[in-house]
Design a protein around this ligand. Structure first.
Ligand code: MN
Length: 210
């Protein structure tokens, strides 16, 4: 199981590891500011708010909540699915970008990716296809399973790969709020920019933790 340093209720914001403008010119400062300070904070506040009424769930960590939301009381399943997912997904997304150019996949992950996709450019092509095929809001992921086989999937809204017993290695947010200020409706341009700020060292850490 992936080990991320998530506590349980009361959840707190994870600090950004870079400044709002650090990812320019690829991702603009205003987008990062709004996305982190407003969008993510809202999901976090919503999650803490609902859990404040359910003491029995306050020991659950974020992984447990997003993976097992279907075991929660029926009246809060959708709310937790959306808001715990919103926290989980954004924490991963922000932590997998860096202003320190890493360029291409490294280490065990880099080797595995070449084995499964043939080349980095082929991986990028398949990732873009999946991202453009995601209708409406959601995420595109590089995931692995217990056998450390890689695949590219996309999820709608704030859903995560965890209920499918898949573990995230890389994720990009393709909700329009992730790119609309700079890239308007051009999701493909946003993706081209995002490929420049992927933290492949962090992705490698996630891959090795499985
Ligand atoms: Mn988002």
């Amino acid at each position: 199981m992936i080990s991320l340093p998530y506590e349980s209720y009361r959840f707190e914001m994870k600090p950004l590891l870079y400044h709002y403008n650090s990812l320019e010119p690829y991702i603009d400062a205003k987008t990062i500011y709004i996305h982190y300070e407003i969008n993510l904070q809202t999901y976090l506040d919503n999650l803490n708010g609902i859990l404040s009424n359910y003491p029995s769930l306050q020991s659950w960590n974020l992984d447990q909540l997003v993976k097992n939301y279907s075991q929660l009381p029926i009246e809060i399943q959708s709310f937790v699915r959306n808001n715990a997912g919103g926290v989980y997904n954004h924490n991963l997304y922000f932590s997998l970008m860096t202003p320190n150019l890493v360029g291409v996949p490294v280490g065990n992950l880099g080797n595995r990716l070449l084995e499964e996709f043939g080349s980095y450019s082929n991986f990028i092509s398949q990732f873009k296809i999946s991202a453009l095929d995601r209708f409406g809001s959601g995420y595109v992921w590089l995931v692995t399973n217990d056998s450390k086989e890689l695949s590219i999937i996309s999820t709608a809204n704030q859903d995560t790969p965890l209920p499918m017993n898949l573990y995230p290695i890389l994720v990009v947010d393709v909700w329009e709020h992730a790119y609309y200020l700079k890239h308007i409706n051009r999701r493909i341009d946003y993706l081209d920019d995002w490929f420049n700020v992927i933290d492949w060292n962090r992705a490698e850490e996630l891959f090795n933790s499985i």
